[in-house]
Design a binder for this molecule. Sequence first.
Ligand SMILES: *[C@@H]1O[C@H](CO)[C@@H](O)[C@H](O)[C@H]1NC(C)=O
Ligand SMILES: *[C@@H]1O[C@H](CO)[C@@H](O)[C@H](O)[C@H]1NC(C)=O
Ligand SMILES: *[C@@H]1O[C@H](CO)[C@@H](O)[C@H](O)[C@H]1NC(C)=O
Ligand SMILES: *[C@@H]1O[C@H](CO)[C@@H](O)[C@H](O)[C@H]1NC(C)=O
Length: 481
Amino acid sequence: MDWPLRLPAGATVLLLLAMASHESMATVIDVGVNWGSQLSHPLLPSSVVHMLKENGISKVKLFDADPWPIGALIDSGIEVMLGIPNNMLETMNSYGNAKDWVKENVTSYGDKLNIKYVAVGNEPFLKAYNGSFMKTTFPALKNIQKALNEAGIGGKVKATVPLNADVYVSPDNKPSSGVFRPDIEDLMTGMVKFLHDQGAPFVVNIYPFLSLYQSDDFPFEFAFIDGGKTIQDKGGISYSNVFDANFDTLVTAMKKAGVPNIKVVVGEVGWPTDGDKNANIKLARRYYDGLLKKLAKEEGTPLRPGKMDVYMFGLFDEDMKSILPGNFERHWGIFTYDGKPKFPMDLTGHGNDKLLAAVPAVQYLPKQWCVFDDEAKDKSKLPGNIEYACASGDCTAIGYGCSCNSLDEKSNISYAFNMYFQMQDQDVRACDFDGLAKITEKNASAHGCLFPIQVISAANHIATPVVISFAALLAVLMVLV
Ligand SMILES: *[C@@H]1O[C@H](CO)[C@@H](O)[C@H](O)[C@H]1NC(C)=O
Ligand SMILES: *[C@@H]1O[C@H](CO)[C@@H](O)[C@H](O)[C@H]1NC(C)=O
Ligand SMILES: *[C@@H]1O[C@H](CO)[C@@H](O)[C@H](O)[C@H]1NC(C)=O
Ligand SMILES: *[C@@H]1O[C@H](CO)[C@@H](O)[C@H](O)[C@H]1NC(C)=O
């Protein structure tokens, strides 16, 4: 056989594969993803970063500056938004502390970490926080940006504050009537002027799912990008979906505040897959399909045509998240807790029916489940034990309209017991429940409800799997050529 290049046959195939995957990556849209950390069993960061690169995802948003995931992002080229949690905002009101934060969590990485933004707080003006961070957020923002500027990197790294869409309102639901929420209007006006002066973007989290969840009257189709339902605004502008309408409400509010041209980044947008009647795989897939096609077309919104800067929420289901806002909170992942894609998603925006690459080398606990022991004599202690299991185990999939809602009573109990047992790393003592439970090797999944086996947490089992990176593969091939 006559090969075009003098390479061993296998290497040519690899080279062609490498070229093909490189080509497809070039057309992946520039969409980021939120990488949260509220999981009982986090996956190995280096495996997660390998998966991100394989899928062509080139930017991530973090909620803190934990050196563990950051270690894996070093030299990856992936653009990073670091976070400062709300409970550190008050500390950052001291300029000395802000300087220390920047020194330890930004400048110490030098050029090895591609930091673009520092997110100061996370949705600090959410009504649910009852004003707790109202006084400390803006001073913290100013101190962090000042520290970045003084360190000589303020031109490249910008501080900003990701805010929930509840910081602005529209009295008649039309984008052209957008204003900042009256109780924080002065604060918001001052803050957006500061951001604009520093060349920093406004970061907003927009949740069409929550529009549906919070109001039974909300027009269902308007939640989706491809719904076909429209609303009319002044000047003949028409909106075909709530994402665009919400975004332009903000644009109007900022125009009224005197900063018509400030850049807007969508810090979070997504759709959960369980925990509510409208949270499922089918609707999540529909939402993302519409969104990714829209982003690929670079059409923007009526008031801001062009390319949008968007981060999906989020990477994985997080079983430790608070469920105060709703049971769906633990099901925002585009990947499952064990790093598998939940549904086809095409990051080129062409709507192709293909799955993203999974996180490689995930290791599982043994194939065993904790279930209700029907032969147990004293069943009086059942309610207390179920409550106990669900207080720390994740029972959010058994509610009305959820993936495990059709379980019978016994399987319901088993589900709760198993979730607790798995969370406790299958410790035999975590499958007792006053003698009401037993361990089985028979897969307890039933009625379309998955009884999961937990992964071996990378947090207490740090073993480095052998992962050949794309760059390493290319380097080997170059040597061969
Ligand atoms: C750097 O970030 C980490 C993680 O968020 C935090 O625990 C630490 O306190 C920060 N360092 C300083 C000096 O503030
Ligand atoms: C919210 O603020 C009100 C008024 O200051 C107070 O009565 C209430 O206890 C606060 N709630 C929380 C959750 O902090
Ligand atoms: C199972 O538990 C869920 C959630 O507590 C409940 O809604 C459902 O009615 C239960 N099913 C049975 C058959 O007990
Ligand atoms: C248990 O069964 C479910 C449903 O058939 C399946 O999806 C899952 O992979 C099985 N679990 C294991 C560990 O084999």
